[in-house]
Ligand binder design. Structure first.
Ligand code: KIV
Length: 285
C-alpha cells in the first residue's frame, strides 16, 4: 500500500511547488479507483445530498449519512488525506455540539480533518475544534450552505470583499485552521492568500495559483446530479457509458441471449442423467 498522506505531506508538496490533487467521493468502490489513480486527498462533501441523494441543495445531508459514507470511502482509500464535510447545523448550534460531531468524523469515519463553511463569525468554533485536537479545513468564499444569503457566486471582485476574504483567511489560520479551501474566489485574491501562509490552500473554482485543486467528482465524470459551474472541467462521459452498457444488458435479457452457457452453472452428464430419472418419478407433492 502507498504511504499515508498526512498534513505534513501536503505542506511539503506546497513547499516543493507540487500541486495537491483532491476530488470529492462518496463510496467505497470509487474511493478504491481514486486511490489507484493517485489522488492525494478525498473530500466527502455534503454535495452528496445533491449528487448521491438527489436533493436540490446540500442542506439535507445528515451527520449519520456523512459518517457512514465517509467510513466507506476510508475503507476504499485509507492512504489518502481524508476530509469529512460537516453538514448544515452540525457545527452552527454550539461549540460543544461542533466538537462532538467533528470528533465522530475522526473516531468513527477515519478522517484526517473536517471541513466547515465559515466566515469571521465562526472563529471561536475553529479555535475550539483545533484546541480539541481536530484538524480543520476552513471553507471560505462561496459557501453552498449559506447560498440563500449570498448575493453573488463569485465572491471577491470588489476591493472590500477581497480584503475581507484575506483577513478572514489569516484569522482562520491564526485560530488554528490546518488548511483553507476557497470556493469561487477570484484568482489573484486566492493567490495572495496562498502566498501568505505555509498551510495548504485548495482552490475550488478559485484559479491556478492555489496549492491544489478540488472538484466534485460527478462533474469531472459527467454523471447526473452535477451542476456544471463555469470552473468545472468534464474529463469523461460516464453517463453515456453507463446508459450504453445497461442498454445492451436490457436488450440481451429481453432476447434471452443472456445468460448464456458461460454465465450459468451446470451438472456433469452423470448428474444430469440422475436428475432426469428422479424427475420422472417425482409426482410433485
Ligand atoms: O460539498 C462539496 O463537495 C464541497 C466542494 C464543492 C468543495 O464543499
Amino acid at each position: 500500500m502507498a504511504d499515508k498522506i498526512t498534513l505534513s505531506t501536503l505542506k511539503r508538496y506546497k513547499k516543493e511547488h507540487r500541486k495537491i490533487t483532491m476530488l470529492t467521493c462518496y463510496d467505497y468502490s470509487t474511493a478504491v479507483l481514486l486511490g489507484q489513480a493517485g489522488v492525494d486527498s478525498i473530500l466527502v462533501g455534503d454535495s452528496l445530498a445533491q449528487v448521491v441523494l438527489g436533493h436540490e441543495t446540500t442542506l439535507p445531508a445528515s451527520m449519520d449519512i456523512m459518517i457512514e459514507l465517509t467510513a466507506a470511502v476510508h475503507r476504499g482509500a485509507p492512504e489518502v488525506y481524508l476530509i469529512g464535510d460537516m453538514p448544515f447545523l452540525s457545527y452552527q448550534v454550539c461549540p460543544e455540539n461542533a466538537i462532538i460531531n467533528a470528533g465522530r468524523f475522526l473516531s468513527e469515519a477515519g478522517c484526517d480533518a473536517v471541513k466547515l463553511e465559515v466566515d469571521h463569525r465562526h472563529l471561536s468554533i475553529i479555535e475550539r475544534l483545533s484546541t480539541a485536537g481536530i484538524p480543520v479545513v476552513a471553507h471560505l468564499g462561496y459557501r453552498p450552505q449559506w447560498a440563500s444569503q449570498e448575493d453573488k457566486v463569485v465572491q471577491t471582485r470588489s476591493l472590500d470583499r477581497a480584503c475581507q476574504l484575506i483577513q478572514d483567511g489569516l484569522d482562520m489560520l491564526q485560530a488554528g485552521a490546518s488548511a483553507i479551501l476557497l470556493e469561487c474566489v477570484t484568482s489573484h485574491v486566492a493567490q495572495a492568500l496562498t502566498e501568505k501562509t505555509d498551510q495548504p490552500v485548495i482552490s475550488c473554482g478559485s484559479g491556478p495559483y492555489c496549492d491544489g485543486q478540488v472538484l466534485v467528482l460527478h462533474e469531472v465524470l459527467g454523471m447526473p446530479g452535477a451542476c456544471h459551474p463555469k470552473f468545472c472541467k468534464q474529463y469523461a462521459d460516464l453517463s453515456e457509458q453507463i446508459r450504453s452498457a445497461v442498454g445492451i444488458y436490457v436488450d440481451e435479457v429481453q432476447k434471452n441471449s443472456f445468460p448464456d452457457r458461460e454465465h450459468s452453472y451446470h451438472m456433469n452428464v452423470e448428474q444430469q442423467e440422475q436428475f432426469k430419472q428422479w424427475l420422472k418419478t417425482f409426482d410433485g407433492t
